[in-house]
Design a protein around this ligand. Structure first.
Ligand SMILES: Nc1ncnc2c1ncn2[C@@H]1O[C@H](COP(=O)(O)OP(=O)(O)OP(=O)(O)O)[C@@H](O)[C@H]1O
Ligand SMILES: [Mg+2]
Length: 312
């Protein structure tokens, strides 16, 4: 299948959920994308090019270094890393998605090919008649032009070992969030482009919005592990631990507006706030370490062997 906007292969159309092979393919795509960006950041740093935050790297054109590449193998490798990243996430213009050229905020203007269905804080969500799917445009954060989306920052807590506070994210953190949505069997999601202004474009299967304020606590996705409250406090709903490819992550913000009902009737997540678990901050704490090892072996294991519920 071809996406009507990018002309590239896509696994998503309308409300349809991909089969198991398709879902695995989506996750492989997320993994490869993050690896390509990690490689690009690494080699940019070796070349002395600032790679932190990663904003300026994600929009580098394929031919950015053409002259420099001729003289130096390191710069040639940098050029290859840019092209590898570009083949994962192409540069496209907002006009390619039907938005008018030259407007102050093109996303606010009428678009004959897409209709606004929601969002505004992190992403503007549109439904396309051509493909039937949802297209999300993650804008750089106002006043923090090099950041998009959100992720957790960690610090010591007052009454808990860790405090997690949401803050504007980097591009790799947004890619990680979108991968986690698929890893949690949420609404199937693809990253399809980035614009020269740094707007990241993701495509998601269309679902049915839930009534606001629905209680999600007993309906969260499988694989999420409750975190004993004395370990962590977070400023987002339902903080949970999740192992992605074997590494622990904090996942939260799982309120009703971040779920939709999918074609198969299941509630599936469309948005969350996450971060890799800060092992450097908790490695010295024996109780967290022991807990982590227990739930890694068995995500359903109680927080403490002798008192399953009272400590939560
Ligand atoms: N896959 C989808 N199917 C149907 N509606 C969707 C889908 N994705 C997003 N929407 C609509 O767009 C809204 C915003 O989407 P999303 O949560 O991804 O962005 P956001 O910027 O975090 O927005 P918010 O701050 O409102 O949570 C959702 O609350 C929902 O109404
Ligand atoms: Mg949201």
């Amino acid at each position: 299948m071809q996406d009507p906007f990018t002309g590239r292969p896509t696994r998503l159309e309308g409300r349809r959920l991909p089969d198991a092979a398709g879902r695995n393919g989506l996750q492989d795509d997320h993994r490869r994308r993050l690896e390509a960006l990690a490689r690009l950041s690494e080699i940019a740093a070796e070349c002395g090019v600032a790679a932190d935050p990663d904003r300026d790297l994600v929009t580098l054109p394929e031919d950015e270094l053409s002259l420099l590449e001729l003289g130096d193998p390191l710069w040639a490798a940098f050029g290859r890393a840019i092209r590898a990243w570009r083949s994962e996430v192409p540069l496209m213009r907002l006009e390619d998605f039907g938005f008018p050229e030259g407007a102050d905020n093109p996303l606010e203007e009428a678009n004959p090919r897409m209709q606004r269905i929601g969002g505004g804080v992190e992403a503007w969500a549109f439904a396309s008649e051509d493909s039937g799917a949802v297209y999300k445009f993650y804008l750089p954060i106002e006043g923090e032009a090099k950041r998009v989306g959100s992720a957790f920052a960690f610090g010591p807590g007052d009454e808990t070992q860790l405090n997690a506070a949401a803050r504007p994210g980097e591009y790799r953190e947004l890619l990680l969030k979108l991968w986690l949505i698929d890893a949690l069997e949420g609404m199937p999601t693809e990253v399809i482009a980035v614009t020269p202004e740094g707007v990241l474009v993701a495509k998601q299967a269309l679902g049915q919005v839930l009534p606001q304020g629905d209680d999600m606590s007993s309906r969260l996705p499988d694989g999420l592990i409750e975190i004993p409250s004395r370990f962590l406090r977070a400023d987002r709903d339902h903080p949970r631990l999740f192992f992605l490819d074997g590494s622990p992550h904090l996942v939260a913000d799982l309120h009703a507006r971040n779920f939709v009902r999918a074609e198969d009737g299941r509630l599936r997540v469309i948005d969350l706030v996450a971060a890799p678990w800060p092992a450097d901050r908790t490695g010295g704490d024996a109780s967290i370490r022991t807990w982590m090892e227990r739930v890694r072996m068995d995500p359903r294991a109680p927080a403490l062997p002798e008192s399953p519920d009272s400590e939560l």
